[in-house]
Design a protein around this ligand. Structure first.
Ligand SMILES: *Cc1c(COP(=O)(O)O)cnc(C)c1O
Length: 456
């Protein structure tokens, strides 16, 4: 039985197999993480400090050390629109590479917004609605998070205001339309609507914007309106918690075919899809029952984990967010405009930084030409057009598979295909037209960016 099953292409679960709880990895840490600090006093952050922009239920999850947290029925009902997501065995990709490795990918592009982000957008909208909030403010870069939150807000009858990084607003008009279809207001950032936006525009009227700037605007908006809260699509503990449905399902699916990964791979911007896939497996590594490698793949144009410094830093440019202990390129970081692959945030989830420091995960940086090359190989074998972000994970998986071809090892490789690239065809067009250059952030630029780190 197991033998015929291992040749299956699509490993499906049924609706009753959707996980009923989220897995909180902090419960299994042997050494505690450093706490976030209040940006003004630099003292340990209190729950009260967060109450101006988050509902109590999410603040509780943010600081919880309870291993399992129940998923509300209302959230499960929405999850069932697209979960469980399929796990694919990449037979055709394996053949194209000529590898003895087994490659599996967990595909999150089947959600209405086309990525893993609704896994957290939905509970965030639900808890805010429950707390009596009328409106959510947020930021978006490429538009994936903005569209996921717009989708969730429309289901729970909340208004949604999205500060969209200026360059993306101009370059990704269709993501903007998608957010507007779901009823959101979309404002290019930096904008004149907030003090943070105005001060950036005073210094640089042609600012292309950045996630750091857009976060400042959204946080300021939430903090200055009573009926408005803030929602973040990655980085925070509760966001990574919500994403653990991905890894829990993947574990069940691999169980069905009698397999377990030797390598788990995800692309890493803020760390939520990588964490969502890897954390439920890392539970086995931490209790010593299994051993495998977990690899977070990031762009060499924004090498937060591989070249950034582990330090306290702000999450945004205007220094409104708490100081968090994470790998960072400095809160003033503005990504090069030629970079098409997403994943451009200056920091990363403290949970991911902690795991890297503890030696439980690894990081790898790859260039944008490499990732588009991998994306095309993938699309031509597996058929799915990947989001450029997800293509980082594909690149990582292909590199592992090639290594297996050279050593003859038949390892099991599992990666997260975090979303589809149907809204990213202009980036593909640039790649196909030979207009994408590689960009590696020079060490002196890293040093310069890091000079702005606060002294703690
Ligand atoms: C937002 C996004 C990412 C990066 O965010 P993480 O928090 O690192 O997961 C990756 N892939 C897709 C498709 C995204 O939309």
């Amino acid at each position: 039985m197991a033998e015929t099953r291992t040749v299956e292409t699509k490993i499906n679960l049924s609706e009753k197999d959707i996980p009923k709880r989220w897995y909180n990895i902090t419960a299994d840490f042997k050494t505690p993480m450093k706490p976030p600090l209040n940006p003004g006093t630099k003292q340990v952050l209190s729950a009260q400090d967060l109450a101006a922009i988050f509902p109590d239920s999410l603040i509780e999850q943010e600081v919880s050390t309870q291993r399992w947290i129940d998923i509300p029925q209302e959230v499960l009902d929405v999850y069932s629109m697209w979960r469980p997501t399929p796990l694919f065995r990449a037979h055709r990709l394996e053949k194209a590479i000529g590898t003895p490795a087994k490659i599996y990918y967990k595909y999150e592009g089947t959600s209405p917004a086309g990525s893993h982000k609704p896994n957290t957008a939905v509970p965030q909208a639900f808890y805010n609605k429950q707390a009596g909030i009328k409106r959510l403010a947020t930021e978006t870069g490429a538009g994936q998070w903005g569209s996921a939150l717009s989708f969730a807000c429309t289901l729970f009858d909340l208004e949604c205001l999205v500060y969209m990084v200026m360059v993306s607003y101009d370059q990704k008009p269709y993501r903007r339309s998608l957010m507007q279809v779901w009823g959101s207001d979309v404002i290019p950032s930096p904008s004149n609507s907030t003090q943070s936006g105005r001060s950036i525009l005073e210094m640089d009227p042609d600012s292309p914007g950045s996630l750091g700037i857009a976060i400042s605007e959204a946080v300021e908006d939430a903090a200055t309106h009573n009926d408005t809260n803030y929602a973040l699509g990655s980085v925070l503990n509760h966001v990574l918690l919500h994403q653990t449905v991905i890894g829990q399902e993947a574990k069940q699916q691999l169980d069905l075919v009698g397999d377990y990964p030797d390598v788990v791979i995800g692309c890493c911007g803020g760390g939520s899809n990588f964490g969502g896939l890897a954390f439920p497996f890392l539970a086995d590594k931490m209790d010593g029952s299994k051993d495998f490698r977990a690899v977070a793949v990031e762009p060499s144009a924004c090498p937060t984990l591989t070249k950034g410094k582990l330090a306290y830093d702000f999450g945004d440019t205007a220094k409104l967010t708490p100081l968090v202990y994470m790998h960072t390129l400095g809160h003033d970081f503005i990504p090069p405009q030629i970079h098409a692959g997403g994943l451009r945030y200056h920091g990363v989830a403290p949970l991911i930084s902690h795991l890297l420091k503890e030696g439980l995960i690894e990081s790898l940086d790859v260039s944008q030409v490499e990732i588009f090359h991998a994306a095309i190989t993938f699309a031509q074998s597996e058929g799915i057009l990947p989001a450029p972000e997800s293509a980082h994970a594909i690149r990582g998986a292909i590199a592992e598979a090639i290594r297996c071809r050279e050593t003859g090892e038949s390892k099991t490789i599992l990666f997260a295909l975090s979303g589809h690239g149907h809204f990213d065809l202009s980036a593909y067009d640039n790649y196909l037209g030979g207009r994408l250059e590689d960009y590696v952030m020079p060490d002196e630029d890293v040093a310069k960016a890091l000079a702005s780190l606060p002294q703690i």
